[in-house]
Design a protein around this ligand. Structure first.
Ligand code: UDP
Length: 459
């Protein structure tokens, strides 16, 4: 029996890319997968066998957003303005029309579309929610939000221990995102809609966070399917979508081809991580001072990034083909802002990481990388903040020390690299035939097919 799933991603690369990967993953397993997105975002992705794209209009005029601003990368800061939230709400009506026309059997919706829970119920189909995090961060978010552990300390930089988890993890209030410190109505609406969902689909794999998966299953009624690392479905593909222009990919790969195995540090702070010119100068000085070669991806806002001699490093201003770069044999380390996709992509590529979280749940992911998995070196930044102007500057000397620690040949670095390679093996096993993620996908498909069959019988 043919199964048809609608995928409704949030309009930002950190949510769209994994959901499009997920759609491709289901399409590869014989499911008809349809990505529903807005016209501007649709231009980033290609259809394929079993994989289609349908568009719904983005109401720029009604919400007062400039024309063509349909993605968080088009906004000056990662903060989501009310007009954008309104525009996401206005997608409901055209989405309903598509449901009436196409009758899919299931919706996999980003958590940001709270309305999709009721819409799915109305159409009598299951809604699975995708929120883009890993288990560890999900649990830490839940525990700290509910127990308000951060209110037991007096200062923003006074550490507290996160209770009820298998590791001793210390956090500070300054590391917590606004949605934990001061959840607003939108966050509450999302949580409510999530609770009404059929289940949750996550881009992670069982062996990576087993203790935390167990913890969640024990304490929560929500059913969860772990299907990652979904970036692995891009193996051998140059075009992942939202991808770098061909000449940039070509330039990066050619530059890497001329380097020794494991000698290059890849530096990227996700799709939204911007820095002031002063911080960029410090990064340049730290990287150059380390003596290690690097590819540094900059998301400048028009200002010229520091000039670097191509013998020492390659600076890409714009979009880089991250998954391709991470998997190039010349790359030996990753400096990351710890967005969940980047974290998982680094783990999957078997790379040790320098962690420099900036905002959202990135500080939780850092703890997982550095303290639980022990494959990271922290740069020591402790200020969860979306506004680059308000962030404290990390000095070049500090960056230099972290790069030397990560890329050097000391015993601790060698051990870290070994652990990273082991994790990569586990990630690939989980995703491959017979692995835990592969089985979760099979189980979910079978369940949805059975559900459809029962429904058809009943009518
Ligand atoms: N990415 C990329 N090239 C870039 C910047 C980002 O391919 O120049 C991809 C990266 O591989 C990841 C996603 O964009 O899949 C970013 O997601 P993440 O969760 O790491 O961070 P966010 O951008 O949401 O902060």
């Amino acid at each position: 029996m043919e199964l048809h799933i609608f995928f409704l991603p949030m309009l930002t690369p950190g949510h769209m890319l994994p959901m499009v990967d997920m759609a491709r993953l289901f399409a590869n397993r014989g499911v008809r997968a349809t990505i529903v997105t807005t016209p501007f975002n649709a231009t980033n992705f290609c259809s394929g066998p079993n994989l289609n794209i349908l568009t719904i209009p983005f109401s720029s005029a009604v919400t007062g957003l400039p024309d063509g601003v349909e993605n968080l990368t088009n906004l000056p800061t990662p903060e989501i303005p009310p007009a954008f939230v309104k525009a996401l709400d206005l997608l409901e009506s055209p989405f309903r029309n598509l449901l009436s026309d196409h009758h899919p059997d299931c919706i996999i919706s980003d958590i940001f579309y709270s309305w999709s829970s009721d819409v799915a119920a109305e159409f009598g189909i299951p809604r699975l929610v995708f929120q883009g995090m890993g288990f560890f961060s999900l649990i830490l978010t839940g525990i700290v939000s509910q127990l308000k552990t951060h209110e037991t300390v007096t200062g923003d930089d006074e550490p507290f221990i996160v209770p009820m988890i298998p590791h001793e993890i210390k956090l500070m209030r300054s590391e917590l995102p606004t949605y934990v410190l001061k959840p607003n109505d939108d966050i509450r609406r999302m949580a409510k809609a999530q609770d009404k969902s059929y289940g949750m689909i996550m881009n992670t794999f069982h062996e990576l966070e087993a203790e935390y998966v167990g913890l969640l299953k024990m304490s929560w009624h929500m059913r969860v399917w772990l299907v990652g690392p979904v970036s692995l479905c891009n193996q051998g593909l140059l075009d992942r979508g939202s991808e770098a222009p061909a000449h940039v990919s070509h330039q990066c790969l050619k530059w890497l081809d001329s380097k020794e195995p494991g000698s290059v540090l890849y530096v990227c702070f996700g799709s939204l991580g911007k820095f002031t010119p002063m911080q960029m100068r410090e990064i340049a000085s730290g990287l150059l001072g380390s003596g290690h070669q690097f590819i540094w991806v900059v998301k400048s806002s028009g200002e010229t990034p520091p000039l670097v001699d191509e013998e020492k490093g390659l600076v890409v201003d714009g979009w880089a083909p991250q998954v391709l770069i991470l998997n190039h044999p010349a790359v030996g380390g990753f400096m990351t802002h710890c967005g969940w996709n980047s974290s998982l992509e680094g783990i999957t590529a078997g790379l040790p990481m320098i962690t420099w979280p900036l905002f959202a749940e990135q500080f939780f992911n850092e703890k997982l990388i550095v303290e639980v998995l022990r494959v990271g070196v922290s740069v020591g930044f402790k200020q969860c903040c979306m506004d680059m102007e308000r962030r404290k500057v990390v000095k070049g000397e500090v960056i230099e020390v972290a790069v030397k620690r990560l890329m050097g040949g000391e015993v601790e670095a060698v051990e870290r690299k070994k652990r990273a390679k082991e994790l990569s093996k586990k990630a690939k096993m989980a995703f491959g035939q017979g692995g835990s993620s592969h089985s979760d996908v099979s189980g979910l498909i079978q369940e949805l097919v059975d559900l459809k069959a029962n429904k058809t019988k009943a009518t």
